[in-house]
Write a new protein. Structure first.
Length: 293
């Protein structure tokens, strides 16, 4: 399964950022919505390929992409309610737990998440972490006044982020703010949406948010077509990702990455991945070897 995980990791390197850059350059909101969909799709399939965490790290990174791309139906696949509380000392833990509580209207998760958030906000954390965590706290408490302030603070803090891989371009688009804003469509029956103004910061694309609202917040479509020798990537774009499972190792829980990779490989082959063509791609050969065909 290590080879499958390597393939999944490889398929998500660099390409999403390039596609997002070109989408913004076109200034076509429908196309941008399509690229957000493609990037979220590929991120959900590929970013689980690294073991070593529970559902905190994976869902913390994938959740905003899914929400910004209007894919709420995918949340149950990355954060099944039965997986319960995420553990860990990072800021992502109270964010994930509070989000799960809000999403599933699970009082125990909300209370645990808010308790963790209160403790984390009392510690020394980055401005981005503070604003992002505060946004989820505000939603849990239905405090739309504070949310309006915090979502703008989130955009401002995003500009100052110094995380590995951050560039002038990535700082120019706060996908987390779009996720928070879109999230209001689906939680609490949408009652909070009209009570929160969209952020007025430059790295929040109001044109995109308006276009999405005008089109009933429907997700985009696949617009990329890879050549035949890379057909496995075309299948990845259409493959519905499997559910994420956890496994116990001692007192800790980790994502079952081998099961996930195997499920992805099986689904791609069920879609008709051309492993028996005369010209089989290197990625096709890899899947063929893994599945024993």
């Amino acid at each position: 399964m290590r080879k499958v995980r390597s393939l999944l990791l490889m398929s998500n390197d660099g390409n999403p950022l390039l596609k997002l850059y070109l989408a913004f350059k076109k200034r076509d909101m429908e196309y941008l919505n399509d690229i957000l969909y493609e990037n979220a799709q590929m991120a959900q399939i590929t970013n689980v390929a690294s073991p070593g965490t529970d559902h905190t790290y994976y869902s913390y990174n994938i959740m905003p992409e899914l929400l910004a791309a209007n894919m709420p139906d995918r949340i149950e696949r990355i954060l099944p309610e039965e997986n319960g509380l995420a553990s860990g000392s990072v800021s992502g833990t109270p964010i994930v737990n509070t989000f799960m509580g809000i999403w599933y209207q699970n009082t125990d998760l909300i209370e645990a998440g808010l308790d963790q958030a209160k403790k984390k906000l009392g510690q020394k954390i980055s401005g981005f972490e503070k604003a992002y965590l505060s946004c989820f706290k505000d939603i849990a408490l239905k405090d739309t006044v504070s949310l309006e302030t915090d979502i703008n603070e989130l955009c401002k803090a995003h500009v100052k982020r110094k995380d590995f891989g951050m560039t002038a371009f990535t700082r120019g688009f706060c996908i987390e703010a779009h996720a928070i804003y879109n999230m209001l469509n689906w939680v609490y029956g949408g009652e909070l949406k009209d009570r929160v103004k969209m952020p007025d910061q430059k790295n929040f694309c109001q044109e995109l948010a308006i276009w999405q609202n005008d089109h009933n917040n429907e997700h985009g479509k696949v617009v990329t077509k890879y050549p035949d020798e890379l057909d496995v990537f075309n299948k990845m774009l259409y493959c519905v990702p499997p559910r994420m499972y956890l496994i116990n190792k001692g007192k800790e829980r980790f994502i079952d990455v081998d099961r996930f990779a195997s499920d992805v490989a099986s689904r791609i082959q069920e879609m008709g991945e051309t492993l028996q063509k005369k010209k089989v791609s290197p990625f096709g050969k890899l899947l063929q070897k893994i599945k024993g065909k």
